[in-house]
Design a protein around this ligand. Sequence first.
Ligand code: UD1
Ligand code: PEP
Length: 433
Amino acid sequence: MEKIIVRGGNRLKGRVRVHGAKNAVLPIIAASILPSRGEILIQDIPLLEDVKTITQLLSSLGISTELKEDCVRIDARHVETTEAPYDLVRKMRASFLVMGPLLARKKHGRIPLPGGCAIGSRPIDQHLKGLEAMGAEFEIGQGYIEGRVPDRLRGARIYLDVASVGATENIMMAAALAQGRTVIENAACEPEIVDLANFINAIGGKVRGAGTDTIRIDGVDFLRGTEYCVIPDRIEAGTYMAAATITRGEVFVEGAISEHLNPFIAKLREMGVQVLEGENGVHVRAEGELKPVDVKTLPYPGFPTDLQSQMMAILMTAKGNSLLTETVFENRFMHVEEMKRMGGKMKIDGRSVMIEGGQTLSGARVKATDLRAGAALVLVGLVANGVTEVTELRHIDRGYVRLVEKLQGLGADIGRVTEEEEEQSLNIEHSYA
Ligand SMILES: CC(=O)N[C@H]1[C@@H](OP(=O)(O)OP(=O)(O)OC[C@H]2O[C@@H](n3ccc(=O)[nH]c3=O)[C@H](O)[C@@H]2O)O[C@H](CO)[C@@H](O)[C@@H]1O
Ligand SMILES: C=C(OP(=O)(O)O)C(=O)O
């Protein structure tokens, strides 16, 4: 078992560069199933476990893929099969994003049901509702969901009951090759939706209105290859801004787009953190006592749920009580018990957590319960007295490229070891003792 070991106490300083956005590149790779002509080259990708999984998923469909350190090449001229393997889908919920493109391109898709995960039940009813309105028919059995399109997908007017990111993306991708116009109302507005729309347009599609709650897609007969760069990861950027804040450090987060981080920046400023928004990134400087604040997660442009646990880590170091409310996911407080093990004083009440900041924090053995929770525990470890060990790193690896190395670059006392390596180093210490 691997773990991250952090010794708290260092004030982080310096410059860190963010990678391409996980939540942009996953749907864009799924959308690469759509072109029947030419090759796709996606650049600035983060080489994360999730990116490897979705690329393998495309390969398992017989699509030609080549994944490198910072780019992926995809040639979907030939799609051999439309059935996704369970072993890949179970690793990552975003796998369901291949349903829309498969139905549009091949009129069939059979995908294992994505199931629940550490942050809640995460239904797919809005994906299905949208695709059904466009003429797809679904059957569920033996843990799989099978979709068929008797003729060709046709444009439809779809109102989403919840502004789901994944449902908006699946419908947008399917609509790109459908007959006629699709209108998605109450669509999600996240920057990753805009990036997917830009990608679809770059391969010859016609998407308008992405970034607002009404998206119009005019279907075309075929799509073709292109080269495309994904947007920087706003959640990774926010995590390094949180690292600067919690350690009362000073960090320039290169590549961070401040407009994508407005609610997070507003809350940091409310707490007394200095944030300077530049063209190439965001500069964060924190000192002394921070004020407590209340935070509520909401769909974009509200405060992102994917920065909720990192914000909670910061609030543990503020002077006074803060109330943090999670409205996007039903069960995204699994990290609270782990944070309590490090001396955090907090109480869950329904969808809110009351955080009594300013307690003495101490290192402990803790486990990542989801990818952002894992990062948040590392953040607490940066300021806790003594040593923190974070396990279940597979979660962190889904969302962060070289987290340990990037924090080391900012002066953190942090390392990643396997149990064998740790045992070996202990044996060496003993033999010198
Ligand atoms: C790969 C990716 O991009 N993941 C992001 C995406 O996840 P994802 O696309 O899964 O999130 P959604 O926006 O779909 O989910 C938001 C809420 O809508 C509910 N819902 C969703 C679909 C549906 O058919 N029915 C339904 O009720 C969910 O249970 C949840 O409560 O957006 C989330 C919300 O910003 C982020 O936390 C995730 O990091
Ligand atoms: C919840 C997240 O991702 P996913 O939807 O892929 O689980 C996240 O990125 O914080």
